[in-house]
Design a protein around this ligand. Sequence first.
Ligand code: ADP
Ligand code: MG
Length: 244
Amino acid sequence: LQHKIEHQQALNVVGQMAASIAHEIRNPLTSLKGFTELLKLKADEESRMYLSVIDSELQRMEQILSELLVLSKPTSMKVELIELDLIVKQVIEFMLPDALMKKIMIQYISSSTQVYIGGNENRLKQVFMNLIKNAMESMHNGGTITVEMNIIDCAIVELKVKDEGSGMDSKTIQNLFQPFYTTKSTGTGLGLAFVKKVIEEHEGVIGVNSEIQKGTCFHMQFPIYTFNQIDSLEVSTKDSAYLV
Ligand code: ADP
Ligand code: MG
């Protein structure tokens, strides 16, 4: 319980900061992105290379900002029917070029397609991206990341992200979901706090197994939406568009 209270208190601090910081930074960031695009049209090849670095750094800033925003309370999100299999595949495809450069293979094992959960596509994608990114950052000598989807019973789907990386000591395992907890020199410590919050918003749970030098496995479970719930979900999203 103490742990939970500390988690909540830390989130409140993040929330207050995020609200003010986000407003101040979002707008100039958007204009920087716009002018970077314009510059690209005029730039020669060398300058275009620099501009694409600027672009990806701006994107990183935007991502940190959006994680801070979600961690700030209260949040609302648009809820839709999500085909889990599909968005997992899209995220893997998106991450693959980066992974291959680090000699990392991403393997996807799925026992079934057309499994639906209720949720927000962008946030869920961000969740899977954060988990795969962490997995990649733990594998300094290449290897394989395995993403696995299994139906537990007709009501629950399980998703695992397993790496062959450095693993974690017990102190890290205890703290990894705390906002700002990081063991990396350039880490924000926001990734997994965001992951946990979003998964809980989706009525899901997340847990972790890890062994030093062997690797880490994050496992999540989500409720599967049946056709009855699909109907009611469609009605409720039409009525209110947003669920808080
Ligand atoms: P960041 O990646 O910015 O450090 P995160 O919240 O994503 O923040 O992760 C918190 C910490 O949890 C990391 O700094 C790292 O120590 C640990 N961690 C998370 N995922 C893994 C993993 N797959 N393997 C090893 N350590 C991990
Ligand atoms: Mg991270």
